[in-house]
Design a protein around this ligand. Structure first.
Ligand SMILES: NC(=O)c1ccc[n+]([C@@H]2O[C@H](COP(=O)([O-])OP(=O)(O)OC[C@H]3O[C@@H](n4cnc5c(N)ncnc54)[C@H](OP(=O)(O)O)[C@@H]3O)[C@@H](O)[C@H]2O)c1
Length: 267
């Protein structure tokens, strides 16, 4: 039976990839820094990609690795990616899939995106048969961003931000299929069904929680908001998949206890 290792299998996207892989006839292994018992079809291996701890056991007998682990610290993120490729080479893994982000080649001034682009180059030059799947920001990321910005009495929004958020479950379904298919190099980009302003997304987010709050848009000169403000994180050409923001909110955010139910993810 094909064995697939998912790095970052406890994260927003990684946990969805694990769920999606379980709908196929494959053995699934998750690498995490946390200890967990094996559960049904899922085998847990504890290890750390920065220190290499546990990597030999994690990669033993693996046919495909889906690299969905990430660190928000750009340098650490690159180290993690290097370690995955080193371990895949040693183990003779036949297919390595890298998860990346739409638009990063245009946004090198943001360290994390520069590291992601470098990660893509490392995969392409590694000699390991590879695939790269880029996606736009996940709905969870938008929810996390709004939760953070909404902690003040007024909802302060960075002016001019445009996003095309996507349901990570839909991205995960495509990644699971690609991981089990033939090695394909750069795959077509994936994006959500709609390009929306952050103000517009915030109105729907407040509405889903039955909240009323004053919103103020301000210029916020952080690199991440500069990247989002230029519209470069959206894509006309990408395949549009998954639930709209409003439908996703219906399932993930209720008018009670909204902060607890919103799943918090990375960039
Ligand atoms: N979030 C978005 O909107 C978005 C959009 C497009 C693409 N992406 C890309 O999708 C991928 C997944 O993002 P995400 O938001 O789902 O990530 P996430 O929720 O922040 O999860 C990060 C994962 O990385 C693992 N990890 C971190 N450091 C590790 C280490 N040293 N050793 C082993 N595992 C480590 C964590 O596992 P443990 O804590 O269990 O060890 C966790 O499962 C990333 O490549 C990201 O760039 C994200």
């Amino acid at each position: 039976m094909t064995r697939v290792l998912v790095t970052g299998g406890t994260g927003v996207l990684g946990s969805a990839i694990v769920r999606q892989l379980q709908t196929h006839d494959v053995a699934v292994r998750v690498l995490s820094r946390r200890e967990r018992p094996n559960h049904g079809q899922i085998e847990w291996v504890s290890g750390d990609l920065t220190t290499r701890a546990g990597l030999e056991a994690a990669f033993a007998g693996v046919d495909v690795v889906v690299h969905s682990a990430t660190s928000q610290k750009a340098k650490e993120d690159l180290v993690i990616t290097r370690r995955v490729l080193e371990a895949a080479k040693v183990a003779g893994t036949g297919h390595a899939l890298y998860v990346s982000i739409v638009g990063i080649d245009r946004l090198g001034f943001f360290d994390y995106y520069a590291a992601k682009l470098e990660g893509e180059k490392l995969f392409a030059a590694s000699g390991v048969p590879y695939a790269i799947q880029r996606a736009t920001q996940f709905h969870d990321f938008v929810a996390m961003l709004l939760t953070m910005l909404g902690r003040a009495p007024v909802l302060l929004l960075p002016r001019g931000v445009t996003l095309q958020p996507v349901d990570p479950e839909a991205v995960a379904a495509q990644i699971a299929r690609a991981a089990l298919g033939r090695v394909a190099g750069r795959l077509p980009d994936l994006a959500g069904p709609e390009v929306r302003s952050l103000e517009d997304l915030a109105v729907a987010w407040l509405h889903a929680q039955g909240k009323r709050k004053r919103m103020v848009s301000l210029p916020m000169p952080l690199p991440i908001f500069r990247a989002m403000g230029s519209g470069q994180l959206t894509s006309e050409e990408a395949e549009r998949i998954g639930q709209t923001w409003e439908v996703w909110l219906e399932h993930h955010v209720s008018s009670q206890n909204s902060d607890q139910r919103v799943r918090v993810g990375g960039t």
